[in-house]
Design a protein around this ligand. Structure first.
Ligand code: SF4
Ligand SMILES: [Zn+2]
Ligand SMILES: [Zn+2]
Length: 302
């Protein structure tokens, strides 16, 4: 099998487009795809500082590698940030990988922990709750969003970039549909540019399998150990369902993503809620008290 671009030996067959690519042309295609998503949704502007959220998993390390390459030829800077949730035995290994990789790329890096920000690690929060609610990932996700906002503020960033890929976005959409949370569908609109610090997902149009292939062919040292709480929610079942759909109907994830762009834009317009200031912490929210303060009060009162 020969590469369609350069006639070298092909290493990757892109099923949904029929292209055959060598690993070099494949890596270039990932850079071009991410650049196209960034420019289509005006994700990064001239001279901005991008806070790259790097957990140590494959998506975030590929994101750091790709944005680092782009920053050499475009007018923006990057700063890597890791959020330490306080999951014993899991985040420690990832942190070492990230520190080493940032040093190799010569990218500035800083870690922020739930403990220093909320006076609770994820494990301590899980011990405080009664039973299984709220779920590990819902506590963790609420804290992570706030921790990233805080990190971006401290390093003076204009944008927060996360490594969510097309599979993640499509899974999140289905989770929001299944939980009846239409507000969250509106938040998936990538063109929400009125936010102070924009949150961007440069890989939202790239399949997870392609991110994995990039990580392997570029020798990126990602953490393979999954979070011990990964299979507690519905996400794993949805991932398997979508993968089986895709294998029988090639391109279906791309089609769902196109629908998400239209539906989220529309939902965002009709469910727009006025932004207010949390009475406890002063962060922006839509009610009187923000979700983080509500969560901490709830956990500590149990
Ligand atoms: S799987 Fe859930 S608990 Fe684990 S790091 Fe991700 S969001 Fe947090
Ligand atoms: Zn090639
Ligand atoms: Zn608050």
């Amino acid at each position: 099998m020969i590469c369609d671009k350069c006639q070298k030996q092909a290493a990757y067959s892109r099923k949904y487009s029929g292209e055959n690519l060598c690993s070099e042309c494949f890596a270039n295609s990932i850079l071009r795809k991410a650049a196209r998503t960034i420019s289509k949704h005006k994700m990064i502007k001239n001279n901005e500082l991008v806070c790259v959220a790097v957990s140590g998993g494959k998506d975030s390390l590929v994101l750091l590698d790709v944005l680092n390459k782009m920053s050499k030829t475009h007018n923006f800077r990057i700063f890597a940030v890791t959020i330490d949730e306080g999951i014993p035995g899991y985040r420690d290994e990832a942190l070492k990988i990230v520190e080493k990789f940032c040093a190799r790329l010569n990218v500035e890096h800083r870690t922020f922990s739930y403990k220093e920000l909320f006076d609770l690690t994820l494990e301590e929060s899980l011990e405080l709750r009664n039973g299984q609610k709220p779920s590990s990932c819902s506590i963790c996700g609420t804290f992570r969003r706030r921790a990233l906002d805080h990190a971006a503020k401290i390093i003076n960033a204009d944008v927060i970039a996360t490594g969510h890929n097309l599979d993640d976005v499509v899974q999140t959409f289905l989770i929001n549909i299944l939980s009846g949370d239409t507000n969250k569908i509106g938040w998936m609109d990538p063109d929400i540019s009125s936010n102070k610090v924009r949150k961007i997902k440069p890989f939202s149009e790239i399949y997870e399998s392609e991110i994995v292939f990039y990580a392997f062919t570029n020798d990126l040292p990602f953490q393979t150990e999954p979070c011990p709480h990964m299979n507690e929610g519905i996400r794993t079942e949805i991932r398997e369902f979508l993968n089986s759909l895709e294998s029988n109907h090639i391109g279906v994830k791309n089609n769902i993503y196109s629908s998400i762009l239209k539906i989220s834009q529309f939902t965002n317009k009709v469910s727009h809620k006025e932004k207010r200031i949390c009475l406890v912490c002063g962060n922006q929210c839509t009610g009187k008290i923000c979700s983080v303060c509500n969560m901490i009060t709830d956990l500590k009162s149990k």
